[in-house]
Design a protein around this ligand. Structure first.
Ligand code: NAP
Length: 267
């Protein structure tokens, strides 16, 4: 196989059918950046497919091919890997998407396909930050009355039900898409927006809505960090849901670190 790294452009033009296939499990900015880096540096020598769960209405354009929707569990994912002749899986899903990561671990073992986990670096707390770490959304909801009456929820759709009992809290809820069915919260305002956000826009949003406390997941990464900087500047507390334990196996923590691993596995 003719692959090398680093390179300055496409350097090895195999006919497409012979090119190894890389499956990226995506839904994150880093997954898109990894797809971009592979296509940029290896051109047609490697075929890239990104897999999305299909949770958002209009995902951003991605380099390479796209498949959308669940596989149907780990056994079905293993079948997909064999049928498609996938050479390598890169799991660049969100750190809270534990199910798909565990499925990928099992499926790759079954199908004997090498798998790399991209584990996004955690955010680092500063002395001025007022972060309150909790284990889950239920614990976050239980702590809210300590911090005031107006909460900014940036945890996605999945765990909003945990806040249904917070009768005295006014919520500002941000999601990527406007939901089509009602939210399980009695007192809330919804906004739909896709990151990245700037510190200025986050700060003015929190000021405009007179936010007392920010609730978020310990997602890490640059895309959604601005809200933490804004909370710090405004002296607001943050209730942060801790990450689940990452899946086991070979792991990298930067997009750049994917390439040498990929080169080693594919050659
Ligand atoms: P999850 O709980 O780990 O997965 C639930 C099921 O959704 C999986 O069993 C799988 O269905 C399907 N699925 C998830 N990711 C997939 C992918 N990339 N390609 C194909 N099927 C996928 O996942 P989640 O937390 O709902 O997250 C769904 C997607 O949104 C992920 O791709 C993730 O990267 C992205 N995302 C999640 C969060 C978050 O906070 N959880 C935040 C931002 C983005 P089958 O069992 O049928 O294969």
């Amino acid at each position: 196989m003719c692959l090398s790294w680093p390179v300055t452009g496409p350097f090895c033009h195999m006919s497409a059918p012979e090119s190894p296939k890389v499956l990226i499990l995506g839904g994150t900015a880093e997954a898109a950046a990894i797809a971009q880096a592979i296509v940029l540096h290896w051109g047609d020598s490697v075929r890239v497919t990104t897999s999305l769960a299909g949770r958002t209405l209009a995902p951003p354009a991605l380099p390479g091919s796209l498949r959308v929707g669940g596989f149907g569990g780990p056994d079905a994912m293993a079948d997909y890997l064999r049928e498609e002749g996938i050479a390598v899986v890169i799991d660049a899903t969100h750190p809270f998407a534990s199910q798909i990561s565990e499925n990928a671990r099992t499926a790759c073992l079954q199908a004997k396909v090498p798998r790399l986990l991209f584990d996004r670096p955690l955010w680092q707390q500063r002395a001025e930050d007022q972060w309150h770490m909790v284990e889950n959304a239920g614990q976050a909801a239980a702590r809210l009355p300590e911090f005031g009456q107006r909460a900014f929820l940036t945890i996605g759709r999945g765990e909003l039900a945990a806040f249904a009992t917070c009768q005295d809290t006014r919520f500002l809820v941000r999601m990527v898409d406007m939901p089509t069915d009602p939210l399980p919260l009695v007192n809330c305002e919804l906004i739909a927006a896709r990151g990245p956000f700037t510190v200025d826009s986050e700060q003015s949003l929190m000021e405009r809505h007179r936010i007392d406390v920010l609730v978020c997941k310990a997602s890490g990464g640059d895309m959604t960090q601005a809200k933490l900087v804004a909370a710090r500047a405004l002296g607001r507390p943050v209730v942060m849901i801790a990450r689940p334990k990452p899946s086991e196996g070979p792991t990298v923590r930067s997009v750049e670190a994917v390439m040498p691993w990929l080169l080693e596995v594919l050659t």
